[in-house]
Design a protein around this ligand. Sequence first.
Ligand code: ATP
Length: 295
Amino acid sequence: MEQLTIHAHAKINLALDVLNRRPDGYHTVRMIMQSLSLCDTLFLQKAAEPGIVLSARNPEQFPDVTWDENNLIYKAAKLFIDTCSIKNGVHITIEKQIPSAAGLAGGSSDAAATLKGMNQLFEQNLSLDELKEMGVKLGADVPYCIQLGTALSEGIGEQLTALPAAPAMYCVLVKPEAAVSTKYVYQNLKLDKAHHPNIDAALDAISTCNVNKLCANLNNILEPVARTLCPEVEDIELKLAELGALGTCMSGSGPTVFGLFTDGNDAIEASEYFLDHGYEDRTFVTKFFQPTCRY
Ligand code: ATP
C-alpha cells in the first residue's frame, strides 16, 4: 500500500467524574465517552526517504496549532516508526475540522488515527491492544480514540470498557470564545466539595437505551470550575435547552458545550440560532458515531 486516507473522530464526555488526584499529578477518572461523526481527515503517503513531513490544508483556521515535531500527529508517526523500525518515511497532510483546545480530543484523535493509519500503510498488523499500548504514551485519551464508539474510561483514561452503543442522537456543539486551560480546571477542582456525577445511572441509561434518563444524567464535575473562567458555558447551555435540546453538558475540560437531540431537524434549527449570533466558526451539528468494527 502506498497511500491511504483515515478519519480522526471527535469525542464528547456524556459524563465525567474525577475520583482522586494521584501523587504524580494525574487524576483518576470515570468517564463515559462517545465518538462523533465530526472528524479530521488525514492523508498518509509512504516516502522512499526516511523522515516525517507534516502539513495542513487549512492551517489559517487553526492558528494555535503548530505543524512541526510538537504536533501529536508527528509524535505518533515517529513513535510508530521507531517502535516498528520502519525504514521508509511518511508524508502526512491533514484537513482539520475539530476545533482545537475545545475538550473534543482533537489532538488525541489525530494521534490515534496516525497510529492506525501507519499500521495499515506499513502492513505491520499490530493488534488493537498493541496500538492502544503505544497510544497511551502520547496521551491518556489516545487509547479511547483508537477504540471509538461508546465506552467507559477509567484509571487515567486508559482503562477502557466498550459499552453498548448509546442511543443514536444528534449533537450540536458550541464552543465559547474564551479559552479554558485544562491545567487550571484540574488544579482548581475541589474534590471534597464537588458534586459527583451519577455515572452508574448514565451507564444504566445506555444499557437500557433510555434517552430521557441519559439526558438527565449528563454531568461533568469540571463544569463548575470552567464556568468560573467562562460564564458563556452556562449561557450556551440555557439557550440550547430553550431551543429544544433534551440534555446539555460541557465536554472534557471545556469549554465546548453540547446539546443532544433525537431529531436532526431540531438540531439544525438550534444550530442556526448560534450561527446567526456570532458563533459561525464555532457551531457544529454532528451525530453519535459508532465504528462498524472495533478496529
Ligand atoms: P482533550 O479533549 O484531549 O483535552 P482538546 O480538545 O482540549 O483535547 P486539542 O485539540 O487536542 O485539545 O488541543 C490541545 C493543544 O494540543 C492545542 O492547543 C495544540 O497546541 C496541541 N496539539 C498538538 N497536536 C495537535 C493536533 N494534531 N491537533 C490539535 N491540537 C494539537
